[in-house]
Design a protein around this ligand. Structure first.
Ligand code: PHE
Length: 345
């Protein structure tokens, strides 16, 4: 009987050590300790041995049972820690999850293209504040206080104590405020490209309350500057940005800060300047331009007899939507954060 118990123990322990899964351990548990298990059956035989030998053999049988139970428990605990280790292991050769790739906003793309065009002809990109004093946005640009021409700029004012010299604080409604800030620096000649956010109280299919303008300003000795330079810059921009087949024109207009003043147009890319539903008469409006007004030059501490210049202010969103092949029927879409829309660019 003792021999039989010992061989059951040895057999069980070696099988338990060889087991490869929790399931196999469960099966071994049944095989040895279950209702009809090998050890259970052997214990039933205890009744058949002489009564005086029973306590000794019974003790051995209990020990064997304990050893088998412990072996099963140890192996099972081993499997559990191995499982955790398996989860922790990272296979560095496994293909990764590709993160979705974004791109620059179409307005940023347009700004970058505009900068690179103007840089080729010697302009330097600058930035001036979006929150501005009345002095820079109007007063120094030859808009007297309460002048009706100010109404066209539909300005947002900020509730803040006006500066005794520079007046109320506002969100700049155009990049022309940068003309004053640039001239104030006193470094001549000037070839400035000011691109900034501008604000007006407007919102419809072709207007957003926040939009971007790009402003050129050239100031040099009066004898070096004429309207032809303005026209040349306009043409260079139109051909570089819209394509070699597009042409530009200037027509008379009024601005307080330029004299003479112009509206600048580019031929329609849809009908080639013949006239269509989009442009009506063959031309699309780009924005304003003109020769810097002598009063503005004086306001910036320069002598208008000696210095002259030209300036232009055009809309970034506007030139973007006027580009061939781009059809945006509502400019507000640009700022709607709709990915289906933005992903097209
Ligand atoms: N600032 C003008 C506007 O916002 C455009 C402009 C700029 C006109 C420079 C003339 C010269 O409409």
């Amino acid at each position: 009987m003792e021999n039989e118990l010992m061989s059951i123990k040895n057999n069980a322990v070696s099988l338990i050590l060889d087991a490869r899964s929790e399931k196999e351990l469960e099966e071994l548990k049944l095989q040895f300790l279950g209702k009809n298990g090998t050890l259970t059956m052997a214990l039933k035989e205890l009744t058949k041995i002489p009564i005086e030998k029973r306590p000794e053999v019974g003790k051995l049988a209990n020990e064997v049972k304990q050893i088998i139970e412990e072996a099963i428990e140890n192996s099972s605990a081993n499997f559990k820690t191995k499982k955790i280790e398996k989860i922790k292991k990272i296979d560095v050769t496994e293909p990764g999850i590709r993160p979705p790739l974004g791109h620059l906003h179409p307005v940023t793309q347009a700004i970058e293209e505009i900068i690179s065009i103007f840089e080729r002809i010697g302009f330097t990109r600058v930035r001036y504040p979006e929150i501005e004093w009345d002095f820079y946005a109007f007063e120094a640009l030859n808009f007297p206080e309460n002048h009706p021409a100010r109404d066209d700029w539909e300005t947002f004012f900020i509730e803040q104590q006006p500066d005794p010299k520079k007046g109320p604080v506002l969100l700049t409604p155009h990049t022309s405020s940068g003309q004053i800030r640039e001239m104030e620096k006193g470094k001549l000649p000037i070839k400035m490209l000011n691109i900034a956010k501008t604000y007006r109280r407007q919102s419809d299919v072709s207007h957003t309350p926040m939009f971007h303008q790009f402003e050129t300003l050239v100031i040099d000795k009066a004898e070096n500057i004429s309207i032809t330079h303005l026209k040349g810059v306009l043409d260079y921009f139109v051909k570089s940005y819209f394509g070699p087949d597009r042409v530009s024109r200037i027509r008379p207009y009024h601005f307080q800060f330029t004299e003479p003043s112009f509206e600048t147009d580019v031929s329609c890319g849809v009908c080639d300047g013949k006239g269509c539903k989009l442009c009506k008469e063959g031309w699309l409006e780009l924005g304003g331009a003109g020769m810097v007004h002598p009063n503005v030059i004086t306001n910036c501490g320069l002598n208008p007899e000696k210095y002259a210049g030209f300036a232009s202010g055009w809309g970034v969103e506007r030139v973007l939507t006027m580009k061939e092949g781009i059809e945006i029927d509502d400019i507000r879409l640009l700022y709607s954060n709709k990915l289906e829309f933005l992903e097209q660019f």
